[in-house]
Design a protein around this ligand. Sequence first.
Ligand code: TXA
Ligand code: MG
Length: 303
Amino acid sequence: MPSSTSSSTDDPVERARRVLEAGGVIGLPTETVYGLAADATSSSAVRKIFSIKGRPADHPLILHVADLAAAQTLSSRWTDTARALAEAFWPGPLTLVVVRSAEVLDEVTGGRTTVAIRIPRHALALRVLQEFGRPVAAPSANRFGRVSPTTADHVRADLGADVDFVLDGGPCEVGLESTIVDCSVDPPQILRPGSISAEQISEVVGGVASASGPSRAPGMLESHYAPDCLVVPVDVGDASPNDVDRVLDGRSEPARFAHDLYALLRECDRLRLRRVAVLLPADSGIGRAVRDRVFKAAARRSH
Ligand code: TXA
Ligand code: MG
């Protein structure tokens, strides 16, 4: 951060707020993964996010807000579905895609008519959002195409001096990115699985479709979330693979594995392991999100 605004306060939340106010970027802890956060109402601040991440300009960002009233000002069509899901799961690891309002910058949506919004439940994230009082754009705080960060150290390792400040909120509770539900279509559609499962969403809104084929969430490329090591997914009934340097067990405790997955993959890279097998959990609940990320981590090297 610019030296003129450097630490004149001991409160890290206040420091984070000041950096956002000054148009800077911070590493923001959330319950899912760490975000690379900037003032969503400033074009120049939002452009910094894209340049630091090396992210293509047409990959839209998620807006983070402190409360429902703030979320609603960002949308011109707050549907019954969006209302019900927000009521059931916010604050929490759920992102809603809704028709955008005129308040939202084109840089955030990549020129789309829809915008992605969420209220995180991490206590520090909520305090920053409350005290800043404006929407904050935040993709995961990794370089484009890499594994998302789940600790402050991961953010520093990936982005180092490119971020003005990293707010350390400890290891992320969930460990995988939020579930994304597109509420601009009927029935609503899950664009990215997360810890809030399709089963839980269906309980609230009735029918929900899962995106299949080429994903409708721009930027959700097949080869995403990719470590350097070759990831070999192993399903129940598959033969155990030969010649692996490590086996990661996602089968017995899927939620705990979700929490640890990205740190484990980073550790494998640090140890320069070549082939890592992952025993996949069953395709339900958070297990679906774990499988999704493991297949994406594997896709990169199979091309
Ligand atoms: O858990 C999370 O969601 C984290 C934390 C920091 O909140 N953020 C995150 O952001 O994962 P990011 O940028 O890595 O992923 C955002 C995803 C992208 O795949 C993008 O395509 C999708 O959200 N997205 C954003 N706006 C969209 C829109 N208008 N329509 C469809 N998909 C959208
Ligand atoms: Mg990401």
